[in-house]
Design a protein. Structure first.
Length: 360
């Protein structure tokens, strides 16, 4: 918003700002001057669901609606509205995995004591998405803002992918032996195939992104609007692929090790449109592991050092990050679900001006 100007006459040759406009201008100048610093070292305010240990926030959309799993139930979580139990398909259990900007949620729910089905939840209704012929179970792992659902039908030890839409229902998806974990609005998907990180721009063989030197396995966890892919590379499947390293891939730069703040292991789990990457990392050789934020400038930041209201316990895995930089995850040691919201407190301490500048 442009400052309001008052002229006092051409003979005086000067322009004066109103008091209100001067406050606006000073605050805007302060924010602009601080922007570079905030990119390197943002600050966050910590929130939790209140459910306690074992709850985990696994996804968040750009409207700050988060998805939480706790005690075999999936919940929608907002700071203003609290928790909403998504229900189940009759078997008493549900697990959510992704939420889009329309508030649509996908996951899996039991239909009886042993059998699971992929679901789509919207506005209080949980829909059974079914499964492909001959399968025993199904799950839905990702949904984009067009309502396209990426899921799998289970055949023994094999997972066979599908795409579900409201118009077309459940359709086979041929990824030529690959597993995709995330689908974007333009149809790009990322995952793993042949023990390498993989990118698909359409059904078919896709693109091999490789793995990091010295590692036998890699998977891609997320991709942003610019086409930057993040994930991790690991060894030793018997030990959950440890040791492991966080990775990033771009068309121009190829596969890169994101590094760690000091320890041996790290995994990148999510990336937003600005290139902020959330995950976890070791911070020393003794295995101190905590939530990590990688910035486009190359910083590797311990989430515990960025919180203005530090909680009891350690902030663990950063599992998802939205366009506003809001991060959700789980406290260390299997603790509680958390949400970290970026915060800016200018020295003028004028909330009305802040609201006008930031939200209008």
């Amino acid at each position: 918003m442009a400052p309001e100007l008052l002229t006092t006459g051409e003979d005086r040759g000067m322009v004066m700002m109103t008091s209100r406009s001067l406050t606006l201008a000073l605050t805007l100048a302060w924010l602009v001057g601080l922007a570079g610093h905030l990119q390197a070292a943002p600050q966050y305010r910590y929130y939790t669901t209140g459910q306690g240990d074992g709850s985990m926030a696994v996804a968040i959309n750009d409207n700050n609606q988060a998805l939480v799993n706790f005690n075999d139930r999936a919940y929608l979580w907002t700071l203003s509205g609290g928790l909403t139990d998504l229900g189940d398909l009759g078997g008493g259990k549900s697990f959510g995995y992704d939420i889009n900007n329309l508030g649509q949620i996908v996951g899996e729910s039991y239909i009886n004591a042993t059998t699971k089905r992929a679901f789509l939840w919207e506005s209080g209704n949980m829909q059974n998405l079914g499964l492909q012929a001959g399968g025993t179970d199904s799950m839905a792992g990702s949904i984009n803002n067009l309502g396209q659902v990426l899921g799998y039908t289970v055949y023994g030890d094999d997972w066979v992918p599908f795409i579900w839409t409201q118009a077309g229902g459940l359709q086979p998806l041929d990824l030529v032996g690959g597993l995709a974990f995330k689908i974007k609005d333009d149809g790009r998907m990322v995952g793993t195939k042949n023990n390498h990180a993989w990118l698909w721009t359409a059904p078919g063989p896709g693109q091999d992104l490789g793995t990091l030197p010295g590692f036998s396995y890699a998977e891609a966890s997320d991709i942003n609007q610019s086409g930057q892919v993040v994930g991790w590379a690991g060894n030793n499947p018997e030990n959950h692929y440890f040791p492991c390293r966080a990775l990033s891939w771009t068309q121009g730069g190829g596969l890169q090790d994101l590094g760690t703040p000091g320890g041996p292991d790290a995994r990148a789990l999510a990336i937003n449109k600005d290139g902020l990457i959330a995950g976890w990392a070791d911070y020393n050789l003794e295995g101190f592991t905590a939530g990590c934020l990688w910035t486009p400038g190359g910083d590797k930041l311990n989430l515990n050092t960025l919180v203005v209201n530090p909680p009891a316990g350690k902030i663990g895995d950063g599992i998802a990050i939205n366009a506003q930089g809001v991060i959700v995850g789980q406290m260390g040691g299997g603790g509680a679900a958390y949400m970290l919201v970026p915060t800016i407190v200018p020295p003028t301490a004028n909330p009305a001006v802040l609201d006008l500048l930031l939200f209008q």
